[in-house]
Design a protein around this ligand. Structure first.
Ligand SMILES: CC(C)(COP(=O)(O)OP(=O)(O)OC[C@H]1O[C@@H](n2cnc3c(N)ncnc32)[C@H](O)[C@@H]1OP(=O)(O)O)[C@@H](O)C(=O)NCCC(=O)NCCS
Length: 187
């Protein structure tokens, strides 16, 4: 497994996963069609906005349709002979704190046909040194208690459960587990 910075060269593999019905947004299935439209309109801009450490891509649409300011973020494609999923890191410069509408520093998804191979765990471990390089001392990773695969991924990557809480209404108001992964020993 390697983490790739999104490029135009790999966009056909990414679009193929979207066309198989995979959604890059765990909370919004409609992201599939939205992204296919953006790729067909202007693939170069689409790719350059995916990896966005200066937050140039404009506001984020939340599950309830509201929009909030984008945080700086990077995105990597999980690649193992083919496009297998993605992982992204977002942060507020100078602090580990995040706004209530941001569910953790790291989000990830693996396409259904490549799940259960350890790819999400390997990707989460591999992105931690990048988080440290942006000055973070730890990352928060959240998941639903009803997502045992994600709970397992976080625990295998060293996550320690900090709290259970109800997510912001704009995110759907679901029960959420918040884990912390220390970056002291990584990289
Ligand atoms: C969560 C997700 C990223 C995991 O990806 P993955 O590449 O299959 O994860 P891994 O193979 O690294 O590890 C999965 C672990 O969960 C375990 N697991 C999978 N389904 C499980 C279940 N129903 N109950 C308990 N454990 C489960 C696997 O056995 C494995 O643990 P193990 O290595 O100890 O056997 C993937 O299921 C996914 O993309 N889901 C949809 C998006 C999502 O939920 N993203 C996370 C949002 S917080």
């Amino acid at each position: 497994m390697k983490l790739l910075k999104p490029t135009l060269d790999h966009i056909p593999a990414y679009a193929a996963a979207l066309k198989r019905g995979w959604s890059p947004d765990n909370l919004r299935q409609q992201a599939t069609q939205e992204q296919l439209s953006k790729i067909s309109d202007d693939a170069a801009t689409f790719v350059s906005n995916l990896d966005d450490p200066t937050a140039k891509a404009g506001p984020i649409t939340l599950p309830d349709g509201s929009k909030v300011a984008r945080l700086p973020s990077i995105r990597r494609w999980i690649w193992d002979s083919e496009f297998c999923g993605h992982i992204s890191l977002r942060w507020k410069p100078g602090t580990e704190e995040l706004p209530p509408t941001c569910s953790g520093h790291i989000g990830y998804a693996v396409v259904p046909w490549r799940q259960g191979e350890g790819l999400a765990t390997a990707a989460l471990v591999a992105i931690l040194p990048e988080a440290k390089a942006f000055g973070l001392r730890y990352v928060e990773v959240t998941t639903s208690p009803e997502n045992p695969a994600s709970v397992r991924v976080i625990e295998k990557a060293g996550g320690v459960l900090m709290k259970a809480y109800t997510a912001d209404k704009a995110l759907g108001g679901h029960e959420t587990l918040q884990y912390q992964i220390s970056l002291a020993a990584c990289g």
